[in-house]
Design a protein around this ligand. Structure first.
Ligand code: NAP
Length: 345
């Protein structure tokens, strides 16, 4: 029996607790030994629930603890860069929830540190790559059966955001998933990008743009259009369609069951066809998170990470920076990365 990977988690909010449960209950070959959070009580509660050690708010202590072999960062976006750098200072494995950082410059520091170490230690939580729908879309596109991909039409509709959310976070926190999955699906890189402010929803009066539209052009000439609704939508609804020369591929809806009935409470006599739409990201991508985590643990055991890298986290942030800088300019701005180091090829 393989020795269990001992993981410490920083950030005991929604996804931190969910990943803790996942590792403890469904991921073979790993266990969570400790948790920490900015708010000590959040760490204490999670630790008590799983019978593990709480470092309270001593996140640095958790990173340095000799029992902790790998650190999972599930605290808020603004904290990711600093914690990743601290984990790399200990030369430990690091799973960082998306985004890797809030800008490209911070990601470059992470890349520089990994290059100094000479080994990939960081994986970024772009779990959509493990979703069966996206994986099948990629398989079909890669097979070449449909000819070259030409366009992507995508949308990311969300229900709500926490306090302090800003227009830029519609890119750095929300559309960051699309910034990763589109280049992964197309096996292509971005040339330039533009964020467009469109007519605003009357439901959205919280001071940030909602919706906004993200436009990207790739090096091979594909055009990508992503509608980003960060709040006040009817549900958590993720759509993606890739238009190729000889056909299209479309992300399936998570529920396959279609109901045909006379909806309760309707005055009308007309029956209708309906399908539930989820409201919760944890549920929508539950299988993808499980697979992501199992593969991460397996690859750590094999001593070689295979999932989304610090480079992937960086490219998404470069595109994000270009999008945020373009807002209000009516111009596409270049998505200019540094040269890709051999470590990530
Ligand atoms: P959340 O519920 O707000 O949890 C974040 C936790 O981190 C909170 O307990 C928060 O404490 C704590 N925290 C804040 N500052 C900290 C610091 N300096 N050090 C340590 N802990 C700190 O948010 P969430 O939804 O779990 O999201 C956490 C991260 O995961 C975010 O970066 C988010 O973008 C990412 N995420 C990824 C996905 C995905 O699909 N891959 C889905 C959801 C979230 P307070 O409550 O006191 O601030």
């Amino acid at each position: 029996m393989e020795k269990e990977l001992k993981i410490g988690i920083i950030g005991c909010g929604a996804i931190g607790r969910d990943h803790c449960r996942r590792i403890m209950q469904t991921v073979p070959g790993a266990t969570v030994v400790a948790v920490a959070d900015y708010v000590a009580a959040a760490a204490d509660d999670t630790a008590a629930r799983f019978g593990i050690r709480s470092f309270g708010n001593d996140c640095d202590g958790l990173i340095k603890d000799p029992e902790v072999e790998a650190v999972m960062i599930t605290s808020i976006d603004a904290t990711h860069h600093d914690y990743v750098m601290k984990v790399l200072a200990q030369e430990k494995w690091c799973f960082c929830e998306k985004p890797l950082s809030q800008n490209a410059a911070d990601c470059e520091e992470i890349i520089a540190r990994e290059l100094q170490i000479g080994k990939r230690l960081v994986q970024v939580g772009f779990m959509r790559r493990y979703d069966r729908g996206y994986a099948e879309m990629k398989r079909i596109i890669q097979s070449g059966e449909l000819g070259a991909p030409l366009l992507i039409k995508a949308c990311h509709r969300n229900v709500s955001q926490g306090p302090g959310f800003k227009t830029e976070n519609g890119i750095t926190n929300v559309a960051i998933h699309e910034l990763d999955i589109c280049r992964w699906l197309l096996d292509d890189e971005y040339e330039d990008a533009q964020a467009v402010r469109v007519r605003q929803s009357a439901n959205s009066t919280k001071g940030y743009d909602n919706p906004q539209v993200v436009l990207l052009r790739t090096k091979k000439g594909c055009f990508i259009d992503v509608e980003v609704q960060v709040a006040d939508g009817y549900g958590y609804d993720i759509q993606c369609e890739v238009v190729c020369e000889n056909g299209t591929v479309k992300l399936p809806d998570p529920y396959a069951v279609v109901r045909r009935s006379r909806p309760q409470g309707w005055d009308s006599l007309n029956p209708a066809e309906s399908m539930p739409i989820m409201t919760d990201w944890k549920e929508r991508f539950i299988e993808a998170y499980d697979i992501e985590m199992c593969r991460w643990v397996e690859s750590v055991h094999q001593g070689k990470l295979t999932g989304p890298s610090a480079w992937d986290g960086y490219v998404a942030c470069v595109a994000g920076d270009a999008l945020n800088a373009s807002r209000g300019t009516s111009r596409f701005l270049p998505v200019a990365t540094i040269e890709k180091p051999a470590l990530y090829k």
